[in-house]
Design a binder for this molecule. Structure first.
Ligand code: NAD
Ligand code: WQD
Length: 346
């Protein structure tokens, strides 16, 4: 089976994708600098799949280290490029850190793909490229607005770099996946998202509040123009997002038919409000959540959800898991890490 290099494979989405790749018998190599992940995720992957993938500690923003790494690799068929910094707020305070890491890494990888004739790349893009679109749901043709944050800009610039690279190098193939809001964890509760410090994202904050690490969830704004006043997003189970990468690799196998640069929305197609998340979490887990409504968070948009028809038709992929599946898996994972922490503190 083809060999897949997963950059950022020790991270949240990467680790779940690796499980799916191994299930499909792909040979996987992980390269990550562990700047936002923990090497123990490899044990989790082994527990779930029976296979511990080859791991390399590499910083892809480092041009020489990237070259040295690629020079030693043979027969990589496809790169799934997850490695990037992703905290929107931090990117506003430290823009150069974000441009340097996310853009240098991409360029270093593309240069070495070219040199070593690695033909295919799947790029982690984001729904953040749409900003607040005028019409819902957003399709891949919805106009891209000027990015609201340096992080968002690295995704827009990343897509542009890849498009230009594809034009200039017709033998190389690119699929960019625009993820909506990934949530949840592997159904076993063995791997999941490991936010460092106070979580920015909704679901880790919800689970940490329910387990008692945080006192109260703040709901940012209930004066939006939405049915219950709270903001709407398209929350996709991370394991569904993982299978979209397998579909993208299949697509890359048939590139002659489709052109060598394509972009797909990867969401569920359903918009869910913050209050709906809270209610569903309480129903699914039986936990009462302590929350209060506060003012809007700076930089938040009112609503976004995906039109998923293009991915359904062209990738033959659709999100299958429910919101309830996602929230119960997130809760199971929160309990795993909490218990681990408790045992360590004993
Ligand atoms: P994550 O932080 O859990 O995983 C990213 C991994 O990349 C981490 O393990 C980190 O150590 C590694 N990394 C970062 N910079 C690196 C570098 N220079 N060299 C080597 N490794 C490096 O994040 P995630 O949620 O799994 O996100 C994966 C990708 O998906 C990112 O590109 C992110 O921007 C994109 N994305 C994420 C979301 C989301 O909400 N999680 C949504 C849309 C897009
Ligand atoms: C979801 C909703 C908050 C926390 C981010 C990035 C985006 C993409 C996905 C990478 C919003 C509300 C949250 C809390 C709350 N990532 N909320 N209380 O902001 O939609 O998207 O992740 O590409 O680029 O911006 O996700 O999970 O932070 O927020 O009320 O404590 O939950 O206001 O409406 P967001 P999120």
């Amino acid at each position: 089976m083809p060999k897949i290099l997963v950059t950022g494979g020790a991270g949240y989405i990467g680790s779940h994708t690796i499980i799916e790749l191994i299930k499909q018998n792909y040979k996987v190599i992980i390269a990550d600098n562990l700047s936002n992940s923990d090497i123990r995720v490899l044990d989790g992957i082994e527990k779930i799949t029976g296979i511990k993938p080859e791991f390399h500690k590499i910083d892809f923003a480092d041009t020489k280290a990237t070259k040295d790494f690629f020079d030693k690799q043979k027969n990589i068929d496809t790169i799934i490029h997850f490695a990037a910094f992703k905290a929107v707020g931090e990117s506003v305070d430290f823009p150069l850190k974000y441009y340097k890491n996310n853009i240098f890494s991409l360029i270093n990888i593309l240069e070495n793909m070219k040199k070593n004739m690695v033909k295919n790349i799947v790029f982690s893009s984001s729904c953040t490229v749409y900003g607040q679109a005028e019409r819902m749901p957003v399709t891949e043709k919805t106009p891209i607005k000027k990015a609201d944050s340096p992080y968002g800009n690295t995704k827009q610039i990343g897509e542009d770099i890849l498009m230009d690279f594809g034009k200039a190098n017709p033998n190389f193939n690119v699929v960019a996946l625009r993820y909506f809001n990934p949530i949840g964890a592997h159904e076993t509760g063995i791997i999941g998202e490991l936010p460092k410090g106070i979580p920015n994202n909704l679901i880790p904050f919800v689970t940490q509040t329910a387990i008692g690490i945080r006192k109260q969830l703040q709901i940012f704004g209930n004066d939006y123009n939405t049915p219950d006043g709270t903001a709407i997003r398209d929350y996709i189970h991370v394991c569904d997002l993982a299978t979209a990468h397998v579909a993208a690799i299949d697509r890359l196998k048939n590139k002659e038919k489709f052109g060598n640069f394509e972009v797909f929305n990867v969401g569920t197609g359903t918009g869910i409000s913050v209050l709906e998340i809270v209610k569903e979490f309480e129903t699914v887990t039986g936990q009462k959540l302590n929350y209060k409504i506060v003012g809007r968070r700076k930089g938040d948009i009112e609503k976004v959800w995906a039109d998923t028809k293009f991915a359904e038709k062209q990738l033959n992929w659709k999100a299958k898991r429910t919101l309830s599946d996602a929230l119960s898996s997130a809760w199971k994972w929160e309990k795993t890490i909490y218990n681990e922490q408790m045992t360590m503190n004993k």
